[in-house]
Ligand binder design. Structure first.
Ligand code: COA
Ligand code: MG
Length: 294
């Protein structure tokens, strides 16, 4: 199984300043961005910085690159420059559905062969909900063979544009219903496909309390990671997506209660009924904790 990525920090690839310390920010993954944060006239500068970064930077973070969409005029140059340097993965914006992940996989494989790289090592993470058509295709992910698929994440900005919406927020500043629905669908599709569910970014990057609330509830709901746009968000996200000591202690208590009563399908822990789903949940929490240990 691939390493769980709790925090994935976007870094505009044309910004030398932001790239300079990006490897020291503690993110599980960096997403060097060639798409929306880089204007057309600077795409080739961004590409050159990505190449240099992949060649030179030593970091504990996995290095991913968000390329331009498949239908764009940039994608061929993006892949030709990036794939030979064997990034951990490619983030694909605006796919229409799993068929685009298959197409990207074929293109990556061609370059892997050309450059003598291990076939299939480079993973793919789609931003799986940026168009209405993409949202309606989410249910196809679990039924499509996509060996490179690391996870699914979702985006609310481009989707709002595609829907002709004025905003994706409600009067309280929370996501409006269509986006909450899409978020839940992404979680379900990722779990059904057996891959990581990665929540979208929290755009108010100076609001640490708001981020903490969002990330804590995302983790409780089953998301295992979240996108970040500012270095200050990374540590908060890493903490919120790591099981707490209390959660670990409760999980250990459930496992111990079952161990102490071999053959029991149901046990009592601190006055509460625990059966098979609780045991599996407890095992999940400990596995998650193990996989996120430094
Ligand atoms: N990655 C790496 N470093 C970043 C960073 C990022 N995403 N965002 C900010 N920094 C650095 C700054 O360069 C600055 O570095 P310094 O300490 O060496 O001076 C430090 O973090 C503090 O930055 P700050 O002044 O608080 O932010 P800002 O006003 O310069 O930038 C944003 C705000 C939103 C423009 C910036 O965070 C950003 O570009 N985020 C990513 C946007 C993106 O990639 N969008 C595409 C996906 S939606
Ligand atoms: Mg976008």
């Amino acid at each position: 199984m691939s390493k769980i990525l709790r925090s994935l920090l976007f870094v505009p690839a044309d910004s030398e300043k932001k790239l300079a310390k990006a490897g020291e920010r503690g993110a599980d993954a960096l997403l060097l961005d060639l798409e929306d944060s880089v204007v057309p006239s600077r795409k080739s500068i961004g590409r050159a910085h990505c190449v240099k970064f992949l060649k030179q930077v030593q970091t504990k973070s996995e290095i991913w690159v968000r390329v331009n969409p498949l239908g764009s005029t940039y994608i061929e140059d993006d892949l030709a420059a990036i794939i030979p340097l064997s990034p951990a993965g490619i983030m694909l914006p605006k796919p229409d559905g799993p068929v685009d992940i298959e197409t990207l996989g074929i293109r990556i494989e061609r370059l892997e062969r050309e450059h003598g790289l291990e076939i299939g090592k480079i993973k793919v993470l789609p931003v799986a909900t940026e168009t209405a058509r993409a949202v309606l295709s989410l249910s196809l992910y679990p039924r499509t063979y996509l060996p490179r698929l690391l996870g699914l994440t979702w985006g609310a900005e481009d989707l709002a544009t595609d829907l002709g919406a004025l905003t994706n927020k409600d009067a309280n500043g929370d996501f409006a219903f269509p986006y909450l629905m899409v978020r839940a669908q992404t979680l379900l599709a990722a779990k059904a496909a057996g891959v990581q569910a990665i929540d979208t970014l929290y755009d108010n990057f100076r609001d640490n309390d708001g981020l903490r609330m969002r990330a804590t509830s995302a983790f409780a709901q089953g998301f295992t990671g979240m996108l970040a746009i500012h270095p200050a968000q990374v540590e908060i996200i890493n903490t919120c997506f790591t099981p707490t000591e209390d959660q670990i202690r409760s999980a250990q208590a459930v496992i111990k209660a079952f161990d102490n009563q071999p053959g029991a399908g149901v046990v009592s822990v601190d006055g509460q009924m625990k059966d098979m789903p609780h045991l599996k949940q407890a095992q999940n929490i400990l596995a998650l904790y193990e996989s996120t240990k430094p």
